[in-house]
Design a protein around this ligand. Structure first.
Ligand code: GDP
Ligand code: GDP
Length: 435
């Protein structure tokens, strides 16, 4: 946690290419499955056992060569504020350009750890002529080819080395950590105010928890948790794109630190592209998820409106389905307590440990009745299952021929698990292993 790496640089130097290479094919496949076509700006990966997240600062707003320099600078600034390490990318074939120098100036001012990445060094012999780039004034220069992978291993090694030392911003507390996330103007601040609101005395910022965020304690009606990052969400900017971009990065930060995330959406706008993008980030981090449809007071309704809207939300968030959805009004303070109760419930669900004996007592008869389909003339036998000691919910199934178990069958097992136990709001991972 806290290993957030931002890739910055002017357009066309190869930021997205590197981003895609670092995150690998896994993500391409997931994109296909979800059928979402949009620019991905965030993803997680691990290298030598260290997990880190990348933000591609070019992918969010369409960039072109004639984009205003000021606009690039805005985005660089926002990303750099949020990130732990900066990869400043330049183009070997173009040399060190005046626009690169503009970005470099900005980065030097911001005093974050920065690695200069010289991309498009497609053959190792090129890396002997990097002299031009030393004038950027960064200590470490990494010649790479995002296209063919040259040098990227060394870059990741160095990142890992560095991040090991800087990843110590865990919050020292056993309380559930809750993030309230969403795009601008959906009512996050209003909700936070309702939660912490009048009784200011219960708001205790925990000092020294993170470098730039203040967390608050919520302790009412028998529920006790930490609200992440409630200060600093406000940012003075009038530019809509900047505001959206900023809230996206802020959400990433908060989600990575949270146990449970409340995704706030605006009932009057429905589920938008950006809501789904944030949902995907929560899912990718395998955090607890609750959806709060806010501004419900503004919706004209009859007795069927809630159910219809719920169906609509479920349709939009598919293939996720076992997620608590609440229709709230931060303004009128409706269903706030239900929301708080759901936070505790999802947190509880996330930490369930199912005994192996109980798990198999339920699963094995089910599997016997519903065996995996015969594949290439071979019978697949699942012997037993265990819950894994991971921070999120995961199970391993021991079987012969694990590679022959297909997605629909996995979905069926997941459904059975959800029916048999209480995993609402949790992402479940299933692994199949040979015994
Ligand atoms: P971005 O605007 O910084 O995200 O740049 P892109 O990732 O979209 O890349 C811009 C162009 O440079 C594309 O045509 C890429 O195929 C090309 N490119 C990226 N990395 C390399 C590389 O390592 N070598 C070469 N020769 N071309 C590259
Ligand atoms: P944030 O940007 O997500 O933090 O959103 P704010 O909390 O600043 O709210 C944006 C606007 O929506 C403000 O004008 C709020 O007064 C309004 N708002 C927030 N919650 C509600 C609600 O439940 N009902 C109505 N009608 N307006 C709301």
């Amino acid at each position: 946690m806290g290993n957030l790496v931002a890739i910055v640089g002017r357009p066309n130097v190869g930021k997205s290419t590197l981003f895609n290479r670092l995150l690998g094919e896994r993500y391409a496949i997931e994109d296909e499955k979800a059928g979402v076509t949009r620019d991905r700006i965030y993803g997680k990966t691990d290298w030598n056992g260290i997990q880190f997240s990348f933000i591609d600062t070019g992918g969010y707003v369409k960039e072109s060569e004639d984009i205003f320099q000021q606009q690039i600078e805005h985005h660089v600034k926002i990303a750099v504020e949020e990130a732990d390490i900066i990869l400043f990318m330049v183009d070997f074939k173009d040399g060190y350009t005046p626009l690169d120098e503009d970005v470099a100036q900005l980065l030097r001012k911001m005093k974050k750890t920065t690695f200069l990445v010289v991309n498009k060094v497609d053959s190792p012999s090129d890396s002997f002529i990097l002299g031009d780039f030393f004038k950027a004034g960064f200590e470490k220069i990494f010649p790479i080819s995002a296209l063919n992978g040259y040098g990227t291993g060394e870059l990741l090694d160095e990142l890992t080395k560095h991040l090991k030392h800087t990843s110590s911003y865990e919050i020292k507390s056993n309380l559930p950590r809750v993030a309230i996330v969403g795009k601008p103007n959906v009512g996050k601040s209003s909700l936070i105010n309702v939660l912490l609101g009048e009784e200011r005395s219960i708001v205790t910022p925990i000092p020294g928890t993170t470098r730039d965020a203040v967390h608050s304690i919520y302790n009412k009606y028998g529920h006790h948790f930490i609200l992440i990052d409630t200060a600093g969400i406000r940012k003075k900017t009038k530019i809509k794109e900047d505001l959206e971009y900023y809230s996206m990065l802020r959400s990433i930060r908060a989600i990575e630190q949270a146990d449970v995330c409340i995704l706030v959406v605006d009932a009057t706008m429905g589920i938008t592209h950006q809501d789904l993008a944030i949902l995907r980030i929560i899912e990718e981090n395998k955090k607890g998820i609750i959806i709060a449809v806010n501004k419900w007071d503004l919706v004209e309704k009859d007795s069927r409106t809630i159910n219809r809207f719920k169906e609509y939300v479920l349709y939009q968030i598919a293939p996720l389905y076992d997620i608590p959805i609440f229709f709230i009004s931060a303004l009128k303070k409706t269903r706030i307590l239900q929301l708080v109760q759901a936070v505790s419930q999802v947190y509880h669900n996330l930490h369930q440990k199912i005994k192996t004996s109980e798990l198999n007592r339920i699963l094995l008869p089910f599997i016997e009745l519903n065996p995996p389909p015969v594949y290439k003339g071979k019978r697949i036998k699942i012997k037993y299952a265990v819950q894994l000691p991971t921070p999120h919910i995961a199970f391993a199934f021991y079987c012969n021929l694990p590679q022959y178990i297909k997605e629909p069958y996995k979905k069926m097992l997941e459904k059975k698990l959800r029916e048999s136990f209480s995993f609402t709001g949790c992402i479940i991972d299933l692994y199949f292993r040979e015994k």
